[in-house]
Design a protein. Structure first.
Length: 163
């Protein structure tokens, strides 16, 4: 089973792939989609959509996890990230892939076992859980891998409950 995790962003959008083989998780690639500040807002969104649409078609994940947004301060940032998240959800839907939308708290609990874990703790545990030689960089890609791990756990739990 292949899961894709996406850390939404307008300037940098992280993505990561995690494969579940038996009871073991393995990193299956990660990276980021970067947009230029010189691009218009619509161009940035189109670029993100096209890159993710291509990645999903190429890799054929069974599930895609896209982190729900939580902002308590910067409304401007929340709006631009929400726009990016919208085109990400469209790319997932256009490819007919099952969607999981974990919260940041759920991601931290799934990876570290503690909802108030630091970013460094999440990155460290992601590296360990996926048996990576070094930490995934940049942080947006590492976050996407953590989202993918959480999505695998959510998918597995849902599968167990359904029977």
């Amino acid at each position: 089973m292949l899961a894709m995790g996406i850390d939404p962003g307008n300037a940098i959008c992280g993505y990561g792939f995690v494969e579940l083989k038996g009871n073991s998780l393995h990193g299956a690639g990660h990276g980021v989609i970067r947009t230029s500040p010189d691009m218009g807002r619509g161009q940035r969104l189109q670029y993100i959509y096209e890159k993710l649409h291509s990645l999903i078609r190429e890799r054929c994940p069974d599930i895609v996890g896209v982190e729900k947004l939580f902002f308590n301060r910067n409304v401007t940032t929340a709006m631009t990230v929400s726009e990016a998240r919208g085109v990400i959800l469209l790319a997932v839907e256009m490819n007919g892939v099952s969607l999981i939308e974990p919260t940041p708290l759920q991601v931290k609990q799934a990876v570290v076992g503690y909802g108030q874990a630091t970013k460094e703790q999440v990155i460290y545990m992601t590296q360990r859980l996926l048996c990576l030689d070094k930490k995934a960089t940049p942080d947006d890609a590492a976050d996407a891998l953590a989202i993918a791990i959480c999505s695998v756990h959510s998918w597995s739990a849902e599968k167990i409950w359904r029977g």
